[in-house]
Design a protein around this ligand. Structure first.
Ligand code: MG
Ligand code: MG
Length: 274
């Protein structure tokens, strides 16, 4: 899906355009967080997210991308990513990864959040907490002078060494800008000090996909949904970030989502691990 191409380093102006698009995605995901509860379907949250995006004068970034039919990727429980929203309703105990993209003023935004509906098993809650924490550990590496491998290492070492989980190998983060998927690929595994040197102007979507059980995944018969082979749960969190001199600049924003989760009695908060 990504191929080999040149990295497009971005001007401050272009970075602001990616931020603008990312904040529209954040608004759409906040709306999702307000609506999610047992009995609601993927189609319902998809329509609501599309409405938020279009109200901003933006276009859903995923709809029509390589033929994908929807605004959101909705991936439940053992589904890792790329699930197609359906009439199936969410149930108490489900975890739901919701991934959203938008295109505004020529630039894409991309972010994702995995929600916990109702009484989610304790071991699955820990998977969500660890995966979300691994995203912020990876973002801490998105500073000038670090290397791409440091980002993957941050995710992998935390999830696979400090915890007994498995990082998905086949799916990776990516550069983002005038295209949804740009160079470079941003794996969630890697070695410290390896890969390209990060520098200002690099804008990437970092998106750990982490399995409770084994790392292996397969595509479902619908031609889109990626699920774990062992059918155990998988979690996914994503931010689009600009590499900074001293600190990464997180262009998407999960604070609205988290506020909405707090106010939604049907959802469980996902806390960070130390
Ligand atoms: Mg995404
Ligand atoms: Mg992405």
């Amino acid at each position: 899906m990504h191929g080999i191409s040149m990295i497009q380093y971005k001007s401050a102006e272009a970075i602001e355009k990616v931020r603008r698009s990312c904040l529209i995605v954040s608004d759409a995901l906040t709306r999702v967080a307000e609506l999610l509860k047992p009995g609601v379907s993927g189609i319902e949250i998809d329509s609501a997210a599309e409405e938020v995006i279009r109200d901003h004068g933006a276009i859903p970034g995923f709809k029509g991308y390589n033929g994908f039919p929807s605004t959101l990727c909705v991936s439940v429980n053992e589904a890792v990513v790329h699930g197609i929203p359906s009439q199936d309703v969410f149930e108490d105990g489900d975890i739901v990864s919701v991934d959203c993209g938008s295109l505004f003023d020529g630039y894409y935004g991309d972010a994702a959040y995995t929600f916990a509906i109702g009484d989610v098993e304790k071991e699955v809650m820990q998977l969500l907490e660890v995966t979300k924490t691994s995203l912020y550990r990876a973002i801490d590496q998105a500073i000038e002078g670090q290397r791409l491998g440091d980002i993957g290492y941050a995710v992998q070492s935390f999830c696979e060494r400090d915890y007994p989980y498995s990082v998905v190998r086949e799916l990776v983060g990516h550069g983002i800008g005038e295209k949804l998927h740009e160079a470079p690929e941003v794996p969630n595994y890697g070695k410290r000090g390896r890969g390209i040197k990060l520098k200002e102007g690099l804008v990437i979507a970092i998106e750990p996909m982490v399995n409770l059980g084994r790392k292996h995944v397969a595509q479902a018969k619908d031609g889109w949904t990626i699920r774990t082979k062992d059918r155990k749960a998988s979690a996914h969190y994503e931010h689009s970030v600009a590499v900074g001199k001293l600190k990464a600049d997180i262009l998407s924003d999960h604070s609205g989502i988290e506020e909405a989760i707090k106010n939604n009695a049907n959802l469980k908060e996902i806390s960070l691990k130390n």
